[in-house]
Design a protein around this ligand. Structure first.
Ligand code: PMP
Length: 389
């Protein structure tokens, strides 16, 4: 990090002194001065972190219940607010019930490690999020991977799992992949999982609030609501607060309440967070214009970046990778983009393969035309200078 900082390549952990919104104020590590930047690295997809109804609900919950829940969920930390949130999440995801966690990371770790026991196997898309992989590592069962979004590869892996005599098989995919911004081929994946008697779990972190006609995520996008065994996700991206959840049948959710150790042994969500999240789910349902604005921005950026000639892989959602593929170039580009006032993160190996190192943009409904055009102008300039376009 010191070496990276010496060349002004170190942009991790930039300090914000403003909300995570379309424009942020950061304390610049290199000048030690505050400065405004266009935020292109926030998961606050619909702008709910600062939505008045969300803030008001957080304030009311804080005033009524105080700052913390006081205990783990099973031993006194369950508020009526938590139950209301679980009920709303279950309805949003078309499932019987849902259980909440204090982060999306801990819901994946807790869920997978609780379900995949000795003699079982978890079969993962190769690009699944680290929290799912960590859950598999903590689980008593085995971990297998298949090629990214490739149903044929999944089928081969499941065939070999059958041959090895595993008892339970859990196929796990992200709905929207966090580094590539593409959508899982859910119908084909589900068909193959069914063929081999495997259960299916989907991580809706970047899909909730973003895809599906009503923002209900990947199953809604494919008209497959109610068909997925386990729908997991985070409450920290479009829902803009913090927390995670797993929605499923009553039986599975009850099992997780006692066997998902990151739920069982960890204090419940703070009341203000739960209150804000309940309001956020209502906003997603009642203000479709936010999602429409996000999609206008997504389409505009994808079309313009592709027209300029950038390699965006299979990006099709609010996450847009700009593939650079050469880590030295990526360092120089990220320094220039930072100096030009655009807040974007470079992603290096081992987060992605070296030849796929990239800048990773996240779009929000609240970005204005000016934000998008200013960003495009900077990217076009560096893209030409470094031979990306
Ligand atoms: N799953 C995916 C696909 C993610 O991108 C993330 C966020 N980094 C998580 C899970 C973890 O969510 P959280 O930040 O709420 O812990």
């Amino acid at each position: 990090m010191d070496e990276m900082a010496a060349h002004q390549f170190h942009h991790w952990g930039r300090i914000l002194s403003s909300p995570s919104e379309r424009r942020v104020i950061i304390l610049d590590r290199y000048t030690n001065q505050p400065r405004e930047m266009i935020m292109m690295a926030s998961n606050n997809y619909l702008g709910l972190t600062t939505h008045p109804a969300v803030i008001e609900a957080a304030r009311k919950a804080l005033e009524k219940y105080g700052a913390g829940a006081g205990s783990v969920p099973l031993l006194g930390g369950t508020l009526d607010l938590h139950k209301e949130l679980e009920y709303k999440l279950a309805r949003m995801k078309g499932c019987e019930d849902a259980v909440i966690f204090t982060s999306g990371y801990s819901s994946n770790v807790g869920c997978v490690s609780a379900l995949v026991r000795k003699g079982d196997v978890a079969v993962n898309d190769r690009l699944n999020h680290a929290s799912i992989i960590d859950g598999c590592r903590l689980a008593g069962g085995e971990l297998r991977t298949f090629k990214h979004n490739d149903p044929e590869s999944l089928e081969k892996v499941l065939q070999s799992c059958e041959a090895q005599g595993f008892m339970g098989k859990l196929v796990i995919v992200d709905g929207v992949f966090s580094m590539d911004g593409d959508i899982t081929n859910l119908p084909a994946i589900k068909k193959i999982a069914d063929r081999y008697g495997a259960r299916l779990m989907i991580d809706e972190a970047h899909a909730t609030g973003v895809i599906g006609e009503n923002g209900r995520g990947t199953p809604e996008h494919f008209k497959m609501e109610g068909e997925i065994d386990l729908v997991a996700g985070t409450l920290s991206k479009a829902l803009a607060v913090v927390g995670g959840f797993v929605a499923s049948s009553k039986e599975v959710v009850n099992y997780l309440r006692f066997y998902a150790r990151s739920h069982m042994f960890s204090t419940a969500l703070p009341p203000a967070a739960a209150g804000a999240l309940i309001a956020g789910i209502d906003v997603i349902q009642n203000e479709p214009e936010l999602r429409a604005k996000l999609w206008r921005n997504i389409r505009y950026m994808l079309a313009n970046l592709r027209r300029m000639g950038f390699n965006l892989g299979n990006a099709e959602t609010a996450i847009i990778p700009i593939i650079v593929g050469d880590e030295t170039k990526l360092k120089l580009i990220s320094r220039e983009v930072h100096q030009a006032g655009i807040f974007v993160n470079p992603v290096y190996y081992p987060a992605v393969p070296k030849k796929l190192s990239r800048l990773r943009l996240s779009l929000m409904a609240t970005h204005t035309q000016e934000d998008l055009d200013d960003t495009l102008a900077v990217l076009e300039k560096v893209g030409k200078k470094y031979g990306l376009i």
